[in-house]
Ligand binder design. Structure first.
Ligand SMILES: [Zn+2]
Length: 450
C-alpha cells in the first residue's frame, strides 16, 4: 500500500523530498546535473530552518556543507558525516528510484541507505534538539560531502578547513557499518558493526608491449599470451591471509550468540587466528575478503580488430589492501608472482588502509567507542555492537589525518537484501528504522560528555 505523505512523520517527509533530487555523481564533470545539487542544498535549508539559522555554514568545494554547532566546550569536538551525492540508477526498480515513495512501511529510493538517510537523520536530530534550545556539551560539526561516490575533493577540503581552524575531532562518525541483520550464519542477533578501519584501494595496469603485426603470422608468447599468463599467475597466488585484531574482537563478541559448535573457535580467534583465516578463505569470496588483500582483474584490452595482433595488451587490476599490507608490499607481491620483466606494472591510484581507530576490548575501554556502544544498546537493545574492518571506502578516510577516532556506522537496521541494494537496485529503508536512526543521532549528541 502506498501511503499518503500527510500521515507520515515529518522526518520521513523531509527524506522523501530530498530523495527526489537526482544528485548523481559522475567523474566527468559535464555529466553532473548541477541544478539537482543546487536544488538539494536549497531544499535542505527549507526543511531544516533552525539548523541553518543557528549553525555556522561553510560551503566546501561545489556543494559540500560544513556546519558548526557551538557546544558548551570545544575541547572534544565531534564530527558527524554523510554525503548528499548518490550513484547512478541501475537495474529495474519496484518503485521509481527518485520517487521517495513510502510503500508498506518502506521508504524507496536511491540514497535512502547511501547516504541521504544518514544525512537527513543527522539534520532531524539537530533540528529537534534546537527546537528545545539544547546546547551540546561539545562542539558538533556536520560535514556533508557532495562527491563521495567518485572519490572526490569535498571530504579532503572539509578536512583542510577544520585543520585550518585548529579543530582536532575527538571522534568522527561516518556511514559504513549498520545494524546488520542476518550477517553471520547461525548468529541469531543483529550485529551493530562499527568500522574502525577500512581497507586500502589500489588500481594498477599490467601492460605488455610487442611487435604487433598481421594475424596470419603470429609469433609465440606475444603480448596477449604474456598478459594472460600474468593474470593466471596472479589468480593462483593470492596474498597471505591474516586475522586482523578488530575481526578477532568481532568474533569474541559474537561467540556467545553463535551456534554451540563454533563458539570455542570464535571465542579463541586470537590464538586460532591463522587456522581461522584459512577456514574463512574457504567459505567464499565475502569471508575471504575479510582476511586478505584481494585482486580483481577488471578491464582487458588487446587489439581493436579481429585480424590485427595487439602491440599492447593491458589489464586493469583493482586491489583492496588489507590492514597490515601496504601498496609497497602489494607491488612486491605482484612482481614476485608475475615474475616476468616484460609485464609492466603501472600504479594508477593507491590509498593505504586507514589507521586503526581505538575500540573497547575485554580488558580495556575506550571512552568514545563505549559511548557509541551504549547509545547503540539504548536504541537497538537486541543488537550486539562490535568493531569490524570495512571493505569499502568512504570520505572519512581523509579525517584520519586530523582525528585518531574515525568510526563508520549508519544507525539503521538493514537486512541482507537491503545491504545488497546499496549501489544496486531497489534501495529502501524502513520508516521505523529511519526514525530509530534519528533517535540514535539525537541520543549520541545528548550524551556527549562535558
Ligand atoms: Zn556512501
Amino acid at each position: 500500500m502506498t501511503e499518503g505523505t500527510a500521515e507520515l512523520p515529518r522526518a520521513v517527509q523531509k527524506l522523501q523530498a530530498l530523495i527526489r533530487f537526482p544528485t548523481v555523481s559522475h567523474r566527468e564533470l559535464d555529466r553532473i546535473d548541477v541544478a539537482a545539487f543546487d536544488g538539494f542544498v536549497e531544499e535542505l535549508a527549507r526543511q531544516f530552518p533552525l539548523l541553518h539559522e543557528r549553525l555556522e555554514l561553510t560551503r566546501v568545494h561545489t556543494h559540500g556543507l560544513l556546519f558548526h554547532w557551538r557546544g558548551a566546550s570545544s575541547d572534544r569536538p565531534v564530527v558527524l558525516m554523510a554525503h548528499l551525492d548518490v550513484v547512478p540508477v541501475e537495474g529495474t526498480w519496484q518503485h521509481d528510484a527518485f520517487s521517495g515513495a513510502v510503500v508498506d512501511g518502506q521508504i524507496w529510493g536511491r540514497g535512502t541507505l547511501d547516504d541521504k538517510g544518514c544525512l537527513v537523520a543527522v539534520c532531524e536530530a539537530v533540528e529537534t534538539l534546537l527546537e528545545r534550545d539544547f546546547t551540546p556539551a561539545q562542539d558538533v560539526w556536520l560535514s556533508f560531502g557532495c562527491d563521495e561516490e567518485v572519490f572526490g575533493e569535498a571530504g579532503v577540503q572539509a578536512v583542510d578547513e577544520l585543520r585550518g581552524q585548529g579543530v582536532r575531532p575527538w571522534f568522527v562518525v561516518d556511514e559504513g557499518g549498520a545494524v546488520a541483520h542476518d550477517a553471520f550464519t547461525g548468529v541469531g542477533k543483529p550485529v551493530a558493526v562499527i568500522g574502525v578501519t577500512e581497507k586500502g584501494i589500489m588500481s594498477v595496469h599490467l601492460r605488455v608491449e610487442g611487435r604487433g603485426g598481421h594475424a596470419s603470422t603470429p609469433a609465440r608468447n606475444g603480448p596477449t599470451a604474456r598478459l594472460a599468463r600474468a593474470i593466471t599467475r596472479l589468480d593462483r597466488s593470492p596474498m597471505p591471509t591474516s586475522l586482523p585484531a578488530p575481526t578477532v574482537e568481532l568474533f569474541r563478541r559474537l561467540a556467545p550468540h553463535a551456534p554451540f559448535a563454533v563458539r570455542p573457535l570464535m571465542a579463541n580467534a586470537a590464538r586460532l587466528g591463522p587456522a581461522l583465516a584459512k577456514v574463512l578463505t574457504a567459505l567464499g569470496p565475502e569471508s575471504a575478503a575479510m582476511v586478505r588483500t584481494t585482486f580483481a582483474v577488471t578491464t582487458l584490452q588487446g587489439s581493436p580488430a579481429l585480424n590485427v595482433i595487439a602491440q599492447t595488451a593491458t589489464a586493469g587490476v583493482n586491489i583492496r589492501i588489507m590492514l597490515g599490507d601496504t601498496s609497497d608490499t602489494v607491488l612486491a607481491h605482484l612482481r614476485k608472482v608475475i615474475s616476468d620483466d616484460q609485464v609492466q606494472i603501472d600504479v594508477v591510484e593507491a590509498y593505504e588502509p586507514s589507521p586503526l581507530s581505538p575500540y573497547s576490548t575485554a580488558g580495556h575501554e575506550d571512552e568514545a567507542f563505549a559511548l557509541l556502544e551504549e547509545t547503540i544498546s539504548e536504541v537497538f537493545p537486541d543488537a550486539v555492537p562490535a568493531p569490524y574492518v570495512m571493505m569499502a571506502a568512504t570520505d572519512s578516510r581523509s579525517f584520519c589525518e586530523i582525528s585518531d577516532r574515525v568510526y563508520r556506522f549508519a544507525p539503521f537496521r538493514m537486512t541482507k537484501a537491503q545491504r545488497e541494494a546499496i549501489h544496486s537496485y531497489d534501495e529502501h529503508l524502513g520508516v521505523d528504522d529511519f526514525l530509530d536512526g534519528v533517535r540514535w543521532y539525537q541520543r549520541l549528541i545528548e550524551r556527549l560528555p562535558s
